[in-house]
Design a binder for this molecule. Structure first.
Ligand code: URA
Length: 197
């Protein structure tokens, strides 16, 4: 049922021309992973590889994200769904404008409603500001649980920030450890990772 509804939204997005990003996209990147997963990861918008393939987070950032998920003993088939604030690639990977974000956000809100995750992980400043407030700083908000429409939300660094500045990885790992513990509390008391016993 949820998947049928998601497919309907996907078709709408594929025909969307609400903002200028539709003109330069190759493919819409709607979202990937398990729609029944209890963790929803939210990034900024598709990059080059994602635009070509229609799949979320498959370029360098995505490969790092998959490594982090593996360390948490989470994966896209079972535990997580992954989407973005905007579903079409901003040319040259620029930050999507406020208008582009606002045009696309209702699609993401409907995805969240259908998937109904227990935990949302916000990846980076753009998603943080789009969802929780435009003046918020990722350096300040990361690592702290926020409640947003009755869901637990953990902001952390975007994987591309970790690639640019590997010294941030330590903090990001602390944030993901909190996600593991929250998952254990809310979803599966037996969830273990190789690094969090
Ligand atoms: N960066 C994002 O924010 N999202 C993707 O899907 C890929 C890279």
């Amino acid at each position: 049922m949820c998947e049928q509804e998601l497919n309907k939204i996907k078709q709408e997005v594929e025909n969307c021309s609400l903002c200028p990003l539709h003109k330069s996209r190759t493919m819409v990147v709607f979202g990937d992973g398990n729609p029944k997963g209890k963790i929803f990861l939210i990034g900024e918008g598709p990059g080059f590889e994602e635009d070509k393939s229609g799949k979320a987070f498959i370029g360098r950032s995505g490969q790092l994200l998959d490594k982090i998920l593996l360390a948490c003993n989470f994966n896209r088939n079972d535990h997580v769904y992954i989407g973005n604030i905007v579903k079409c690639r901003p040319p040259g990977n620029r930050t999507p404008s406020t208008e582009e974000q606002a045009a696309c956000l209702p699609y993401l809100e409907r995805q969240i409603e259908l998937i109904s995750p227990e935990i949302i992980v916000i990846l980076g400043a753009t998603a943080l500001q789009a969802l929780l407030g435009k003046n918020l700083k990722i350096t300040k908000e990361r690592g702290n649980w926020h409640i947003w429409f009755n869901r637990f939300v953990m902001p952390t660094y975007h994987p591309s920030a970790l690639l640019r500045n590997p010294s941030l990885k330590k903090d990001a790992w602390e944030d993901f450890k909190k996600v593991i513990l929250k998952y254990r509390e809310l979803v599966d008391p037996d969830h273990r990772s190789p690094f969090v016993k």
